[in-house]
Design a binder for this molecule. Structure first.
Ligand code: KG4
Ligand code: ZN
Length: 349
């Protein structure tokens, strides 16, 4: 496809129903995100069945709103991009089937987008970051370091052996009775706490490679919280201090692993100058600043998308669709399958 393209993106892989229209000259013409926080609040986490049903209920309205905000009708769209995985399969099916229906009815190309590729390429939409770059992908379901050479060309250098870092934030918040999602509330609590009060383990720090591990940290936080409770010492100050100490430990772990990743990346791509941090956890101000400093010490520049494009949205899905078409990658057939699992370095469709 040549000339300016306008593409509709649809995202439904977790607990946000989202639609957006993006143009190939990097304009965000609309970006609608309907969060399901209220539906899941009572359960302390995302309930897949409830998520699927909420996506079905709202996907059409969200798409229509995105088109209205962009001042367009469906016919004006040049292509439709939808998350085809990885994620909660019920939700992925809803978004992808809706996209297929629209592609068929409107006779427009369909692009099946890997949700992680959406996170990976957002910084090119907002900051025009050149390839190749090192990607630190930190979300609720993923924690990985990848080298990105082009759209569709990802190499995983390291990944978590157990929990994702966002999951550790969510579980820590749950232990403290702070609700879901944990990231934003822990960040707020941590701002008033003493990060040096508790010493938590830093799994894999100082080791070869750039894999991650968070389960030892999680268990240690749990023991600390239980101990404070037994002593009736879990007051506001203690809760703030647990959050601050936990967040600082995450910073140390992520910075150490990222620095290792940079070393590996430089051997493959000496010309690469950028590290991109993406995914929900990249919305954390403390971690952004901490990782930014660590990058500088390694002679690299950290790029993080604006906060609202860090957590799940459809602008990133639409943009990934544009990048794929611009790179000459083929559109997908209507038989493309939704996937619960889909590693970013797996290019089969
Ligand atoms: O990318 P995302 O919206 O969904 C997934 O694909 O997982 O990421 C959600 C994750 C949750 O675990 C949430 O607690 C975390 O991102 N998160 C944060 C912050 N905002 C969201 N973690 C730390 N600090 C934040 N400010
Ligand atoms: Zn995500």
């Amino acid at each position: 496809m040549t000339g300016k393209m306008r593409i509709l993106g649809i995202e439904s892989s977790c607990d946000e129903t989202a639609a957006a229209v993006i143009s190939s000259d990097r304009q965000i013409l609309s970006n609608v995100v309907r969060s399901q926080l209220k539906e899941h609040a009572a359960y302390g986490g995302v309930v897949p069945e409830i998520a699927s049903r909420a996506h079905i209920m709202h996907v059409e309205q969200v798409i229509l709103q995105a088109l209205r905000d962009a001042d367009m009708t469906a016919r004006d769209i040049d292509a439709i991009a939808a998350t085809a995985g990885p994620g909660l399969i019920g939700g992925v099916i809803v978004g992808l089937m809706t996209a297929k229906g629209m592609a068929l009815a409107l006779n427009k190309p369909l692009v099946a987008v890997n949700h992680l590729e959406g996170h990976a390429l957002t910084s090119r939409l907002t900051n025009d970051v050149p390839f190749p770059f090192l990607l630190l992908l930190v979300s609720g379901g993923h924690c990985q370091i990848l080298s990105v050479a082009d759209p569709g060309q990802y190499r995983i250098l390291g990944k978590t052996l157990d929990d994702a870092v966002g999951e550790a934030f969510d579980k820590t918040a749950k232990m403290l009775g702070l609700g879901y999602p944990g990231g934003p509330v822990i960040e707020k609590m941590a701002a008033q706490g003493n990060p040096e009060r508790f010493t938590f383990p830093q799994p894999l720090v100082g080791r070869e490679g750039c894999d991650f591990s968070f389960s030892g940290l999680k268990t240690s936080v749990l023991r600390t919280v239980e101990h404070l409770r037994e002593q009736s010492a879990l007051d506001d100050t203690a809760a703030h201090d647990v959050c601050a100490s936990f967040q600082a430990t995450c910073g140390t772990i992520l910075a150490d692993r990222m620095t290792q990743g940079i070393r590996m990346f430089k051997q493959m791509h000496p010309e690469g100058k950028h590290v991109v941090v993406a995914g929900g956890v990249a919305a954390n101000h403390y971690l952004r600043a901490y990782l930014g400093n660590a990058c500088e010490r390694s002679g690299m520049e950290l790029v993080a998308p604006p906060m609202k494009l860090c957590t799940d949205n459809a602008a990133m899905i639409a943009w990934a669709g544009i990048e794929r078409l611009n790179a000459g990658l083929p559109a997908d057939g209507l038989d493309v399958t939704p996937r619960a699992r889909w590693p970013l370095d797996n290019n089969t469709r």
